[in-house]
Design a protein around this ligand. Structure first.
Ligand SMILES: C[S@@+](CC[C@H](N)C(=O)[O-])C[C@H]1O[C@@H](n2cnc3c(N)ncnc32)[C@H](O)[C@@H]1O
Length: 226
């Protein structure tokens, strides 16, 4: 299963940038909102990014935090290589690794950030990840991520899906492309309600858990390491 997710992104890489803008509604706004809720701080020196892909968020983090070093993690060789070609800076350390198996120092990061990556993990993997990330963050450090989530009810979830489909088709995606995303979703995506994420983050020891932005499935969450 892990290998298939990695291969999916390896294969998608040449069209990835265009596909994301075509098929993720309000993608740029979502990234801007994720950044907007990281408090401006000269003290942000070290950032961990999970599932960096081609570096869309990485690029924004580099600009927003000019004194920070970023550890960017992705298990797709194609995505990571594209990220490195695009950013080409010594301020980023590239880790070709599965972030479920990352062994990183404790109390080391000011910010952990991620965009549309964590939902590839199962529920138990996510619970483990949140708990490890809380310990990788410095006290007072911030976890912030944008991700796909379901709805509190099946009916709300299905309405999100219907509106998402409408968005894709009216924004230049073909029926074939929509089917491609749905096949990927059936095999690799694990959507859970927002309320479950609040529970997981709080039980991992995070405080100040919040959701500053949401549109259909796409959700930005923030949580602080005490
Ligand atoms: C939808 S893309 C998002 C990329 C980027 N954050 C963006 O906003 O464009 C998801 C990325 O997460 C990576 N990914 C998913 N699960 C992962 C895992 N367990 N370990 C490392 N990378 C993972 C994929 O390879 C892919 O590049």
């Amino acid at each position: 299963m892990e290998q298939e997710t990695r291969e999916f992104f390896d294969d998608l890489r040449p069209d990835y940038g265009a596909a994301i803008l075509r098929c993720v509604p309000r993608y740029e706004e979502m990234i801007a909102m994720l950044l907007a809720y990281i408090p401006p701080s000269d003290s942000v020196r070290r950032i961990l990014e999970l599932g960096c892909g081609e570096g869309n968020l990485t690029n924004e983090l580099l600009q927003r935090f000019p004194d920070a070093q970023i550890d960017a993690v992705d298990f797709s060789a194609e995505m990571l290589a594209a990220c490195e070609r695009r950013l080409g800076t010594s301020r980023v350390t590239y880790h070709r690794q599965d972030f479920r198996q990352l062994e990183l120092p404790l109390d080391a990061f000011d910010v952990v950030a991620s965009a549309i990556s964590i939902h590839h993990l199962s529920e138990s993997e996510r619970v483990n990840l949140f708990s490890r990330l809380r310990r990788n963050l410095k006290p007072g450090g911030l976890l912030t991520f944008a991700d796909q989530m379901s709805g509190e009810t099946e009916q709300i979830y299905q309405q999100h899906m219907a509106l998402w489909r409408e968005h894709c088709l009216s924004n230049g995606a073909s029926e074939g492309e929509w089917d491609m995303w749905m096949n990927h979703q059936a095999e690799h995506d694990h959507h859970a309600p927002l309320a479950r994420h609040f529970e997981w983050l709080r039980s991992a020891g995070f405080t100040e858990v919040d959701c500053p932005w949401r549109h259909l499935l796409w959700t930005v969450m923030t949580a602080r390491s005490p």
